[in-house]
Design a protein around this ligand. Structure first.
Ligand SMILES: Nc1nc(=O)c2ncn([C@@H]3O[C@@H]4COP(=O)(O)O[C@H]5[C@@H](O)[C@H](n6cnc7c(N)ncnc76)O[C@@H]5COP(=O)(O)O[C@@H]3[C@@H]4O)c2[nH]1
Lengths: 181, 181
């Protein structure tokens, strides 16, 4: 089934490669961003992975919530992969303002495979529709959770944030979800 | 089933994004690589996608065949994707020498999702083993072929090269497979 394979792919082809490097990336980012009064002390040093139940993914987090602004990207990692030389892996750092008015730096992104689940549910030839999509997102989430819990090199370097789509009438739904994890 | 989802993911998350840009990438590469006596005239202007039946993928093509050498990368494309700002997409250009002794420039890479199939078949908790792997590669190939044939924006911009693993005792198996497509 699709969600099971996408969770394994997300781990084997991405998280397994990038999570062990995250700490060094963040350290190197700090030393090149000293001047900006970094508020990282209050933010998380883990990769925050957003998993919206409705698979509705935006490409810029600030489009979802004005308490979020793009800050900068972490330094690139370049890895030779399957014939592509120096394939680039990177993460984006966002500043997220909490209900206390303080900003925190967070390395956060959506789980990219959900874009595939979303678009497959719209393509009739792909074989599954909108009604199965939510179920597939839950299977993706649980499979990924199980894989990551068994992974020694990834432990403590990530947080999965399952976003319940019912409370999206709150304009600060996303920033609150990010900061409460 | 896994291969079906990975083929859709490869199309929706990659080929659909990069194939329409390929022609411009190659043109821009030409104008910055004039001095090197470009032999592109004889090479293909399509993305050559290698699909080995045994899912055995190497990260550098020259490791497989000494008639192949890495030349350079095409210019980067940067696209905002699921919260990652300016995610980088690129392809590598290889020089492939034919049996006539002439070199041709080719944009070629392995189908990366096969790495996931390979590794899943080795992880007992992933749910499928080596015996199902070949069948999954064939499903991946046929599903991808069907999707791409229906895709208006991708047509004529790619070539899928299914590599039969039986003739790998030939040290120039890969370069010949690339040049005969
Ligand atoms: N956020 C994020 N940043 C990344 O750099 C990245 N790279 C991969 N992934 C996700 O991990 C999983 C495994 O990746 P794999 O490379 O095996 O398959 C990839 C790969 O075969 C191909 N592809 C995507 N981006 C590239 C790329 N830049 N170069 C070559 N191939 C690519 O298309 C598939 C689907 O990509 P995404 O749908 O973006 O999500 C992938 C996938 O779910 C990423 N996710």
């Amino acid at each position: 089934n699709v969600a099971h394979g996408l969770a394994w792919s997300f781990y084997l082809g991405y998280l397994h490669l990038v999570l062990p490097r995250l700490e060094n990336s963040i350290a190197s980012f700090h030393s090149s961003h000293q001047w900006s009064g970094s508020s990282w002390g209050r933010g998380s040093k883990k990769l925050l992975i957003l998993i919206p139940l409705n698979a509705n993914i935006s490409h810029k987090l600030e489009d979802e919530d004005d308490n979020i602004s793009f800050y900068d990207n972490l330094p690139n990692s370049e890895i030779d992969r399957a014939g592509v030389r120096g394939r680039v892996y990177k993460h984006s750092v966002y500043r997220v303002v909490g209900e206390d008015g303080k900003a925190r730096e967070c390395v956060v992104e959506y789980a990219t495979p959900l874009l595939t689940l979303y678009k497959m549910s719209q393509e009739s030839s792909a074989g599954f529709g909108e009604s199965e999509r939510k179920q597939q997102v839950l299977i993706f989430f649980r499979t990924l959770q199980n894989i990551l819990e068994q992974s020694l090199e990834c432990r403590n370097r990530y947080t999965l944030i399952l976003l319940n789509d019912e409370r999206q009438d709150d304009p600060h739904f996303l920033s609150k979800a990010i900061l409460t994890h």
